[in-house]
Design a protein around this ligand. Sequence first.
Ligand code: THU
Length: 132
Amino acid sequence: MEFEQLISAATRARATALAPYSHFPVGAALQTRAGKIYTGCNIESSSYGLTMCAERVALFKALSDGERQFSAIAIAAAVDRFCPPCGACRQVLWDFARDITVILLSLSSERKILKMTDLFPHAFDDGFLIHD
Ligand code: THU
């Protein structure tokens, strides 16, 4: 089935989460248009506000590797609900990956497939900024 590899990468990434404060591990897997997969897990700091979500870890790993074109992201939390990206992740995903496919995974392996525009309508982005 489509997205199988991406889904298992997100689920595996969840196992490496560093979430001792929230006990809410999350895994994400971001696919480039060329088919490469970058994974991320949430990483919590003892200064809670410095915590980084799984989605942004995956995205920043890919961006720092020079990747610029993306097609989909899968997100796996350890709850039997579909865990959507937080507001901060939606903004950054929109900034760098635009209208990619978003696959939300429940613990019982159900999936919900959305587009970023479903999750983040009326987005702010660089189109509003004045450039020389
Ligand atoms: N978290 C993510 O990694 N991704 C999400 O989509 C939602 C929230 C993390 C941040 C924090 O480590 C924990 O989940 C609880 O908010």
